[in-house]
Design a protein around this ligand. Structure first.
Ligand code: GRF
Length: 203
């Protein structure tokens, strides 16, 4: 069985969705490690409650992003991690890191990429006044929020929408879409090219 790590920086509600999906047998892989760049990340509590090993390394203890990422990868290799899911991990991986896990890192982003890249995807969409919002799950490459898209889901934004209601709707989709994409990855259903991901069994 494949072993995977989930990277978090905060609440970890997407991590929770994956913990539940593994338990339910939807994702047929072992969630072997939860990594955080902050001791305060609530996701760590969720991991502990689920009996999953955790690791925290704080970037300020490392001279460069490269030395930080090297240390993380050392642990990942030691734990025989086959692939990684970024679930609200608010740090950009170095190109070196991405190369170590080429086409083996999945990210969830709270907008219809390539629109509204970056750390404030939900707020930026709301402020901009989009009429259609959504979620993207994609493979990670060496450019931020720019890797090949696995799946997207869109919905109409009503005029009554508040930032909070938009957030809620986006999270609800994320918690469905991310485990679904991870399951397809694990089941070998994704044909990952340099720009496009093809899903087997789909025309
Ligand atoms: C999600 O909206 C995700 O799309 C973004 O960061 C947020 C993380 O939320 N990358 P959580 O920590 O999973 O609750």
């Amino acid at each position: 069985m494949k072993r995977f790590a989930v990277f978090v920086s905060g609440n970890g509600s997407n991590l929770q969705a994956m913990i539940d999906a593994v338990k339910a047998g939807q994702i047929k892989a072992e969630l072997a490690l939860v990594f955080a760049n902050r001791h305060k990340a609530y996701g760590l509590k969720r991991a502990e409650e689920a009996g999953i090993k955790t690791l925290v390394l704080e970037p300020r203890n490392y001279a460069t992003p490269q030395s930080y990422d090297r240390e993380i990868v050392l642990y990942l290799k030691k734990e025989n991690i086959d692939f990684i899911v970024l679930a609200g991990y608010m740090k950009i991986l170095t190109p070196w890191f991405v190369k170590q896990y080429d086409r083996k890192i999945i990210n969830v982003h709270p907008s219809l990429l390539p629109a509204f890249k970056g750390a404030r995807g939900i707020k930026d969409q709301f402020t901009y006044g989009v009429k259609v919002a959504g979620v993207t799950v994609h493979m990670v490459n060496d450019k931020m929020d720019a890797g090949p898209i696995i799946m997207q889901e869109a919905f109409k934004v009503s005029e009554k929408e508040t930032l909070e209601s938009l957030e809620e709707r986006i999270h609800e989709i994320e918690h469905r879409l991310l485990p679904k994409c991870v399951a397809m990855f694990v089941d070998g259903k994704l044909k990952i090219g340099p720009r496009k991901v093809k899903i087997a069994d789909r025309k």
